[in-house]
Ligand binder design. Structure first.
Ligand SMILES: CC(C)(COP(=O)(O)OP(=O)(O)OC[C@H]1O[C@@H](n2cnc3c(N)ncnc32)[C@H](O)[C@@H]1OP(=O)(O)O)[C@@H](O)C(=O)NCCC(=O)NCCS
Length: 172
């Protein structure tokens, strides 16, 4: 199985937005109310917003493909980090989603290796992310990738205030 990870182009916003919404729903619908999910999805996904994110010079969006078909995507962003992230030159893994079909098959590792390289290229020296405390598979995966706990933060999903664990790893 050969996994290719490449930067996404601006013209790919419509299908990337659909992939982002679908994988978000697949991951969280079972654990959240329909109202909270709809509020979050309508505020955060969609082709126009995706296009703006692809044009944002502080963001990097990567697509993982297997056999030429999308198997996941990752988005990195430069900007403010929470105070618990104390490492130099931080960059956030804003989104990291692999299509369910490809879980446990190495796509996520290849995509993380590409994300680490992209972050280094962007000048980052610390990679950090927030992950829901009730997402044990993702937490186990990030630990395998060298991330460790540095704190917590609140993530607002609709009307629900959830606790995210904040994980970070050095890039040096
Ligand atoms: C998070 C994600 C990218 C990880 O990719 P993956 O291919 O599933 O990762 P892996 O299978 O290599 O690693 C997951 C680890 O968690 C373990 N695991 C699986 N279910 C688990 C559970 N319920 N509790 C604890 N660990 C669990 C696996 O056994 C594996 O560890 P191992 O390799 O030591 O056996 C992928 O699952 C995904 O896209 N999930 C949905 C989206 C998501 O949650 N994104 C993160 C948002 S912050």
């Amino acid at each position: 199985m050969s996994v290719v990870v490449r930067p996404a182009g601006v013209c790919e916003a419509p299908w990337l937005a659909a992939l982002a919404e679908r994988t978000f729903r697949e991951t969280y619908s079972a654990y959240n109310t329909p109202d909270d999910m709809e509020r979050y999805v309508s505020d955060h996904f969609g082709a126009a917003r995706q296009e703006a994110e692809l044009r944002d010079p502080r963001r990097v969006t990567l697509v993982a493909e297997v056999g030429g078909r999308a198997a996941g995507y990752a988005q990195l962003g430069q900007g403010d980090a929470p105070a618990c992230v104390t490492g130099p030159a931080p960059m956030e893994v804003v989104r990291f989603y692999v299509d369910r079909l490809w879980h446990g098959r190495g796509v996520a590792q290849t995509m993380m290796a590409a994300a680490v390289e992209a972050a280094r290229t962007a000048g980052a020296r610390t990679l950090w992310l927030g992950v829901w405390e009730r997402n044990p598979r993702a937490i186990a995966f990030y630990r395998k990738c060298g991330f460790g706990d540095v704190g917590t933060q609140i993530f607002v999903l609709g009307a629900d205030h959830q606790r995210d664990r904040v994980l970070a790893r050095p890039l040096d």
